[in-house]
Design a protein around this ligand. Structure first.
Ligand SMILES: *Cc1c(COP(=O)(O)O)cnc(C)c1O
Ligand code: SF4
Length: 366
């Protein structure tokens, strides 16, 4: 009978093979079926933002389609070299709200903690890409010391959000250590993990990884699927493992021109997330002002029209909230449709999901 150790080793070999067979360096782009001009352009763009993708994720690409939505997310393109006026290096002001290294504290009850600045996949549209370019910013126990001391000293903090970088790109032992150090802080109630690993490297969701995260705290895994084509048997198995471990699953997507900026694509994505993977669509982010990403951004009006259409087509649990993360630390604000047309005393004019404006009279006790 195979013992647990053998099973764990086999699970670890599978994801490591997937990483090794994928694109890890600029030179690996040569192994992809790109035209010479495309490859040269990709190599040039990869000098500004690293390139990386596991083999199983690259296998989802239809190379006959130059506009393939998976390809658009991971293969560097020449437009990335074009910086548009108004774009920013730190679009949501992570640095301005960072009292100690590796931590951002903008909302009283929750902090972002950055255990690593490395990822399993480098998304071309990443709003944090300029933080990811510096080398030597992996996890060490010492590197997180000031951030953990800060959390200990601020009893208003209830949620610790591991982000980065991708926290699930770390080894099980590192994850277990980070989880243990966070749960030792008595006022922390919830551990949140923002990750693309269940999407781009689902084989990494092993029994060992799950065990590393289980402990005193409620664990919420916030995945990052942008297109229904990313939902496969492998991602389904990974998400089942996470759900069976008792973790709460949410998803955030980024609205990307040419990837998911149509009602049909978003509708299918949100339904499949909820109905197939058991993941509640949480946010649909308006494209951040990351440099070189003008070609992937929609207008806000386009996003609002999509959000409005989704609202009437999808059930409440399948519906994400369309948000903009304001520059300069304004936080995430909902941009979705406003149904209030006007107010006259206790009489409100409100537009229904059928488009018709109705009058609603407030009735409240003294
Ligand atoms: C997005 C973000 C959070 C989490 O916000 P929620 O709305 O709770 O998902 C927390 N802190 C910072 C700085 C953020 O950017
Ligand atoms: S996984 Fe997240 S942090 Fe890493 S490149 Fe993609 S969007 Fe950025």
């Amino acid at each position: 009978m195979p013992n647990l150790k053998d099973a764990t080793r086999a699970a670890d070999t599978a994801w490591q093979d997937d990483v090794r067979a994928g694109v890890r360096h600029v030179r690996d782009l040569a192994s992809l079926p790109l035209l010479a001009a495309e490859r040269e352009a990709a190599q040039a763009a990869a000098t500004l933002h690293k390139v990386r993708a596991p083999k199983s994720y690259l296998d989802l690409i239809d190379w006959n389609d130059p506009a393939d939505p998976i390809r658009a997310q991971v293969i560097p393109s020449p437009e990335e070299m074009e910086e548009a006026e108004g774009e920013l290096g730190d679009p949501i002001a992570d640095h301005e709200f960072s009292p100690v290294p590796r931590l951002t504290h903008r909302h009283a009850d929750r902090v972002l903690l950055f255990p690593t600045y490395q990822c399993a996949v480098y998304c071309r549209f990443c709003f944090r890409k300029e933080s990811l370019t510096s080398i030597g910013r992996g996890y060490t126990r010492e590197a997180l010391e000031p951030a953990l001391a800060y959390i200990s000293g601020h009893s208003e903090i209830r949620e610790v959000i591991l982000t980065g970088g991708d926290p699930l790109s770390l080894q099980d032992t590192a994850l277990a250590e980070i989880r243990a150090r966070i749960e030792a802080i008595p006022h922390v109630r919830l551990l949140r993990i923002h990750t693309r690993v269940p999407v781009a490297l689902p084989s990494r969701i092993t029994p060992g990884l799950v065990a590393a995260l289980q402990g005193r705290l409620i664990v919420t895994v916030v995945t990052h699927f942008n297109h229904a084509r990313e939902i496969t048997d492998a991602t389904e198995a990974a998400c089942r493992t996470l759900r069976q471990a008792g973790f709460v699953l949410l998803n955030q997507s980024v609205l990307l021109k040419g990837v998911n900026d149509s009602v049909e694509v978003l509708e299918e994505l949100c339904r499949e997330l909820m109905y197939r993977l058991g993941i509640k669509p949480y946010y649909l982010h308006h494209g951040d002002l990351a440099r070189g990403m003008a070609h992937r951004r929609t207008t806000i009006a386009q996003g609002q029209a999509l959000a409005e259409a989704l609202r009437s087509r999808l059930s409440g649990i399948c519906n994400p909230v369309y948000v903009l993360d304001l520059p300069a630390g304004g936080g995430k604000v909902p941009l979705g449709p406003c149904h209030v047309e006007g107010q006259d005393g206790q009489s409100w004019r409100i537009r229904g999901l059928d488009g018709e404006v109705r009058t609603y009279r407030e009735v409240v006790g003294e």
